[in-house]
Design a protein around this ligand. Structure first.
Ligand SMILES: [Fe+2]
Ligand SMILES: [Fe+2]
Length: 165
């Protein structure tokens, strides 16, 4: 199995998009949407954790030219975190549940596209194959310890970092 960092992160994106589609399916019932959102919350909590803790700091260190992209991405994660936190406290029958999820999906889709099309290609060129393999191994290890719920301490750290880091 490839441990290339970008391949690994894009695979996460694929899994996330699959759940987005599930949510948007016209056939989905309220109960099914509730289940899908739980899954989305889990996937996003893990994914933003490994990017915040491993990928972004390393890119910032090694490729200072990408500093602005990384900082913008931290903020986009933060917006997603706020919505994820709110959704995790709501019921699928709540009036704003569906709209909030739709806004989350729009924001995350925009963010993943920027990663995939704008600056991950620059990371690939800048770091090269070997460094990306090493980074991929680190990401895989981080995924094992990653929080699955936004209320876990390791997930909450992002909220503090967003303001005072
Ligand atoms: Fe991201
Ligand atoms: Fe990502």
């Amino acid at each position: 199995m490839s441990t290339d960092a970008i391949v690994l992160l894009k695979n996460d994106h694929k899994e996330i998009r699959k759940q987005f589609k599930e949510f948007q399916s016209p056939k989905a019932t309220t109960a099914q949407k509730g289940k899908t959102v739980k899954k989305i919350i889990e996937l996003l909590t893990m994914h933003t954790y490994i990017e915040n803790e491993v990928m972004y700091p390393r890119v910032r260190d090694l490729l200072p030219d990408l500093e602005d992209d990384v900082l913008e991405s931290y903020e986009e994660h933060h917006v997603a975190d706020v919505l994820v936190m709110e959704l995790s406290m709501m019921r699928p029958t709540d009036e704003r549940f569906e709209a909030k999820t739709t806004v989350l999906i729009e924001n995350v889709e925009h963010h993943m596209q920027e990663e995939e099309q704008d600056w991950f290609p620059k990371v690939r060129t800048g770091l090269g194959r070997k460094a990306l393999q090493e980074l991929g191994t680190e990401l895989a290890a981080a995924k094992k310890r990653a929080p699955k719920k936004p209320s876990q301490t390791s997930a909450l750290k992002k909220t503090i970092d967003a303001v005072i880091a």
